[in-house]
Design a binder for this molecule. Structure first.
Ligand SMILES: Cc1cc2nc3c(=O)[nH]c(=O)nc-3n(C[C@H](O)[C@H](O)[C@H](O)COP(=O)(O)O)c2cc1C
Length: 204
């Protein structure tokens, strides 16, 4: 049985274009295979812990900085639990608008929590980073108001899909598909463009 984790990074609820594209994709998959399980992680309604001093110290123990004492172990256990929700999915679906050239801070917060040594990546001084995830894929639904691939740089620089592409590679997810509705605002034909994106979402 296949499982999908849908990570929602837009706070716009049912108004969100990226979320509508992702749910269109998921519904099309469910129509073909009703046994697929869907876990929805709405980052704007999820009570994620801060990633602050103790969490950072716990992470650094894996790089030889300090020791994992009992209080660090408690925050580490909480991280491991959040990571296991991510790693238990066969496919990661992310709906993500561009915010100020990059991803919304709630998604970066989540990535900072789950991107952990020994769980998502390994590190070797010679070989560098290596992804620890295997046999997983990801499908990402990107939206942006004015930026689009190939647009003049006066419409922004892409730290959005480029960042996520780097991160997927770092953690070992190599099969990544993307559907874009870009630009969503700086177009004379927003409805037509969105309908075309919906078709791409249901057939990707
Ligand atoms: C806080 C914020 C920052 C944004 N920054 C950008 C940006 O840098 N570049 C851009 O093209 N659009 C930007 N937008 C527009 C959104 O990316 C765009 O409206 C997108 O289609 C929203 O997707 P959604 O409906 O899934 O939320 C921004 C919107 C918000 C609310």
């Amino acid at each position: 049985m296949t499982s999908i984790l849908h990570i929602i990074a837009s706070p716009r609820g049912h108004e969100s274009n990226s979320r509508t594209l992702a749910t269109t994709y998921i519904n099309a998959k469910l129509e073909k295979d009703p046994s697929i399980t869907i876990d929805t992680l709405d980052l704007w309604h999820e009570n994620l812990p801060e990633f602050s001093g103790d969490q950072a110290s716990a992470k650094m123990t894996f790089f030889g900085v300090g020791e994992m004492n009992n209080s660090l172990k408690t925050v580490w256990d909480e991280i491991v639990e959040i990571v296991s929700r991510f790693t238990s999915a066969d496919e990661i679906v992310i709906s993500v608008p561009m915010w100020n050239g990059s991803i919304p801070y709630k998604l970066k917060h989540y990535i900072d929590i789950i991107t952990q040594p020994g769980l998502l990546f390994g590190f070797d001084p010679e070989a560098g980073y290596s992804g620890l995830l295997e046999n997983k894929k990801a499908t990402v639904f990107y939206t942006s108001g004015v930026f689009s691939p190939g647009a003049n740089e006066k419409y922004g620089t892409n730290f959005h899909s480029t960042y996520l592409a780097w991160w997927f590679d770092m953690i070992g997810i190599n099969e990544v598909k993307a559907v874009r509705f870009q630009p969503s605002l700086l177009t004379g034909t927003p409805e037509e463009d969105f309908n075309n994106a919906l078709v791409r979402a249901s057939t990707v």
